[in-house]
Write a protein that binds this ligand. Structure first.
Ligand SMILES: NC(=O)CC[C@H](N)C(=O)O
Length: 391
């Protein structure tokens, strides 16, 4: 039949080529061209726009296990890059179903056009279950995602580019996704009326931006904090000169051990000032390194919005958002730290506090964006720690 002949004659326009030569063939969308990165999978059923703009995904290609990505299009608010200097977080998106026209009252663009504008390469029609099983069994591979409207690919060149990708171990990426000059953040919680304005008289939180998600800043503002954001290589002296009532170490991309080179001296200085400290994700890992614990690369990482974490103080299980490829080695935590949270998926450390200092820290994402809000009370807790220390 003619129709099927036409179909078979038209070359497919997208590829994901792994460093071992495995080729996944599908249709390209979004930005044309090729990009290399570590291929991970994310199990969240919603929030693809937040995921693709989370700076922690720098140099990663995200495989979505949820089959329908793009249904609600893209809007102007669900963007997690805090820094205007960083236009791209994830380098690519691998999805199962073809992206269809958006249906949502908030949509301002379809995912295809939005990804093209942001320079993110998409690949649809992929057996994402097979790719995810492979990542689960053999770890996160290096790959090249490519979209060529003509359907012409130099597969060997794409494989060689994937093989040449140095990977995330040892990679310091926080400076590439942030801006160094301080700024104030005053946007709070979102509603259909827009973002609520923050208070100007709340306790002052200085957020060290390692690639912060805007939702973290908005949660702090919504909890009553006045927020100033500073760059990742700020010194303790520069931070203390802003008279903070507390300091937040944000999430961010890359290997915490690499960023620790300049972040640990800063964290030690803030710890010495005995200010309340909150670590989130990369911030959690950096805090662990600052107190002498170790971090390590995980084989598959945790990327999703349905991860069970046990809070040992309350005994409750919280369902949380996760996005990390490195983890704190729980066994290496010094006696001054008390492990407060554990991942119920694999027993890895998901939080600690310090016994003799106002310091709390979590591996997961209490801000959600996307995900459940079981851990959101940590922001109010931190703001009240700051209010107490300010007295
Ligand atoms: N979301 C994050 O902050 C990620 C932290 C770190 N880059 C990791 O992959 O583990």
């Amino acid at each position: 039949m003619r129709i099927s002949q036409d179909r078979t004659e038209r070359p497919t326009t997208g590829r994901l080529v792994l460093s071992d030569g495995t080729v996944f063939e599908g249709e390209g969308f979004g930005q044309t061209g090729a990009a290399v990165g570590e291929v991970c999978f994310n199990t969240a059923m919603t929030g693809y726009q937040e995921i693709l703009t989370d700076p922690s995904y720098a140099q990663q290609i995200v495989t979505f296990t949820f089959p329908h990505i793009g249904n609600v299009g893209a809007n102007d608010e669900d963007i997690e890059n805090a820094s205007t200097a960083a236009s791209v977080a994830a380098r690519g998106a691998v999805v199962r179903a073809e992206v269809t026209a958006p249906s949502n009252y908030r949509a301002r663009a379809d995912l295809n056009a939005w990804m093209r504008r942001r320079g993110i390469i998409g690949l649809s029609g992929i057996d994402t279950r097979a790719l995810t099983s492979r990542i689960r069994e053999t770890g996160m591979p290096h790959g090249t995602i490519a979209y060529s409207p003509s359907g012409q690919f130099d597969i060997e060149a794409l494989r060689a580019a994937a093989a040449a990708f140095p990977g995330l171990e040892g990679a310091e990426l926080t400076k590439s996704v942030t801006q160094s000059s301080p700024y104030a953040e005053s946007e709070g919680a979102w509603s259909d009326q827009g973002f609520a304005a923050g208070r100007e008289d709340g306790p002052h939180a200085v957020v060290v931006d390692f690639g912060a998600k805007r939702t973290i800043l908005r949660c702090l503002v919504a909890a009553g904090a006045r927020v100033t954001v500073v760059g990742p290589s700020s010194s303790a002296e520069e931070i203390l000169a802003l008279s903070p009532d507390g300091v937040v170490l944000s999430n961010g991309p890359g290997d915490p051990a690499a960023t620790a080179q300049f972040a640990v001296p800063m964290i030690k200085g803030v710890l010495a000032a005995r200010l309340p400290l909150l670590g989130i994700c990369l911030g959690h890992q950096l805090l662990a390194l600052a107190i002498g614990a170790k971090t390590m690369k995980m084989p598959q990482g945790h990327h999703g919005a349905n991860h069970p974490v046990k809070d040992h103080r309350s005994g409750r299980v919280e369902i949380v958002s996760m996005n990390h490829g490195f983890a704190v080695d729980a066994a290496s935590l010094p006696a001054e730290a008390e492990a407060t949270h554990t991942s119920l998926f694999d027993g890895s450390n998901a939080g600690f506090s310090l016994r003799n200092a106002p310091v709390i820290s979590v591996q997961h994402h209490p801000e959600a964006g996307p995900g459940p809000q079981d851990s959101a009370p940590i922001f109010a807790r931190f703001v009240s720690m700051m209010a107490t220390s300010a007295q």
